[in-house]
Design a binder for this molecule. Sequence first.
Ligand code: ATP
Length: 258
Amino acid sequence: MAEIIADALTIEFPLYHLGARSLKKRLMAQALRRIREDSDSRVVVSALRDLTFRIGSGERVALIGRNGAGKSTLLRTLAGIYDPVGGRLSVQGTVGSLIDPGAGMDFWATGRENIRLRAWYAGLNEAQAQALSEAVTSFSGLGEFLELPVRNYSSGMQLRLAFAMATASRPDILLMDEWFFTADASFMAQAEARLQEMVASAKILVIATHSMRVVRRLCNRVIRLEAGRVVDDGPTEEVLSRLPEEMRLELETLQPGG
Ligand SMILES: Nc1ncnc2c1ncn2[C@@H]1O[C@H](COP(=O)(O)OP(=O)(O)OP(=O)(O)O)[C@@H](O)[C@H]1O
């Protein structure tokens, strides 16, 4: 069985030390009035607030919303990367994520070592680890580069490795960010069939996207987020018909490869 249940799910990020990237996030959060002090007097960004929903088998869900709405945070929370500070989250079924090409990758280790690490994290036995290694070697087309540290790879090569590892299994729940639609065209032509297969075999798909084409092509349900809250949720065409005009235009203009 595959099922995701969120009940008053809340995610906050404490703002301790601010690097350039966090600073950008903080400015964005400020613009959306989402910075506050928590009960321990820490300054926190409220990224997701009181999300309640259930996603069951057969549902293909698009997460839409403006920049900073909380789409990536929700995907990462479903993937177990962030822990809720409030509410409850239950995820039943095996989870595969195509969220961030660099996530879970050790840049100082070789491609081959990263494959072994992935197998180890997934609890695979020796035969399964060997099969994963062969599948990734063949699909990634990285050849002898697999013996070099990942920090020496180009971004396209990192993407190939990440994609090959993430798509070597058939998870019940597939979590995707649309980053891979921006991958180089020759690789995507090869990756497309595999992606379709993976999407088709997943019992649940959750994809964060800014593209109407991706929403219509892949999804039968849309959850629209605004400033960390769910503002609309329902069958694709119904939610799309209720979209504010300027947002519809944004979604229609952005067409990442899909
Ligand atoms: N690591 C972080 N540190 C601090 N704040 C964060 C962090 N990640 C996200 N946030 C905050 O959470 C909010 C939601 O961010 P998130 O990246 O989930 O939005 P998004 O909908 O995926 O945006 P985009 O469409 O730009 O990718 C942001 O406004 C930001 O303030």
